[in-house]
Write a protein that binds this ligand. Structure first.
Ligand code: G
Ligand code: G
Ligand code: MN
Ligand code: NA
Length: 256
């Protein structure tokens, strides 16, 4: 398709960029890290949402290149921030990984390569994967999960609550963090069933020693409710939208 051709060109000619959305400690209000999000501003169409171009990239076999670009770009950006502000030293990045990328035999090696080239440690980078990836029995996926664990790269479960309901994998793979999908967070605290659901996830995560990021926090009321419910981290427009690197650096400067 036309969009596919244009995405291919954007990838090879520097037409894609990365924005950074703060992830904040709900209890103390301090910045802890950023989620890296791919952005494409098309010369004619303007802003194309990732919801649209990620699926084009998947179908066109471009998502591995796209994910690699974002991983490298984000790590290189954190490296640059660390040369400018001391606050960036304790800051982590959380990067989305598609199932296609995670199913490649060279994935762990590629992650190691980016860490080496940017001088970051495994603890600086968190990878966001989906519940459905963890349900895959493919040996290569299992090997990559094991390889990342050995390397010391933490795994975050993205969009938690929207995928499979089997929770056995939480015990088996012990992810570091669950990101509660914003469709639940946005109905808190008014919608009592969503509030109960979020409380249940928080309680389960606490018992399994897993931290939680509430996604899509848009107002003070949600923030306060989450703090009182014992949530670990929050991400959302209430604190900040995804930011261009210079603005993210300003947020880092203002921290603490
Ligand atoms: O930025 P936005 O909220 O519009 O993102 C929409 C979706 O696109 C989210 O589900 C997000 O996980 C996904 N996404 C954003 N950036 C990347 C990326 O670099 N790689 C992959 N695989 N998905 C991404
Ligand atoms: O699936 P994933 O969690 O990776 O998606 C992140 C997406 O959510 C990004 O595209 C980002 O722009 C969007 N997002 C981040 N914060 C908010 C928010 O507070 N409200 C809404 N509606 N979207 C948000
Ligand atoms: Mn994500
Ligand atoms: Na999500």
């Amino acid at each position: 398709s036309r969009l596919e051709t244009e995405l291919r060109q954007a990838l090879s000619r520097g037409g894609l960029s990365v924005q950074y959305q703060p992830i904040v400690d709900v209890q103390s209000g301090t910045l802890r890290g950023f989620e890296a999000l791919a952005r494409w501003v098309h010369p004619v169409r303007g802003f194309v949402s990732p919801g649209e171009f990620i699926s084009v990239a998947e179908e066109a076999g471009l998502v591995v290149d796209l994910d690699r670009f974002v991983l490298f770009e984000a790590c290189d950006c954190l490296r640059a921030w660390r040369e400018q502000v001391p606050q960036a030293r304790d800051c982590f990045l959380s990067v989305n990984v598609s199932t296609t990328q995670f199913s490649r035999a060279d994935f762990v090696h590629a992650v190691q390569g980016v860490l080496r080239d940017t001088g970051l440690c495994p603890a600086d980078v968190r990878l966001e994967i989906t519940e459905s990836l963890l349900m895959q029995r493919a040996p290569v996926v299992q090997r990559n999960l094991e390889g990342l664990r050995e390397l010391g790269v933490q795994l975050y479960i993205d969009d938690f609550g929207t995928g499979y309901s089997s929770l056995g994998y939480l015990q088996q793979f012990a992810p570091s963090v669950l990101k509660i999908d914003r469709s639940f967070v946005q109905r808190v605290p008014m919608h009592s069933e969503s509030a109960e659901l979020v409380r249940t996830i928080l309680s389960m995560a606490r018992n399994l020693n897993i931290a939680v990021v509430a996604e899509g926090v848009e107002c003070q009321e949600q923030w306060t409710w989450l703090r009182e419910a014992g949530c670990t981290y929050a991400q959302g427009f209430f604190f900040a939208k995804p930011l261009v690197p210079e603005d993210a650096l300003d947020v880092l400067r203002q921290n603490q």
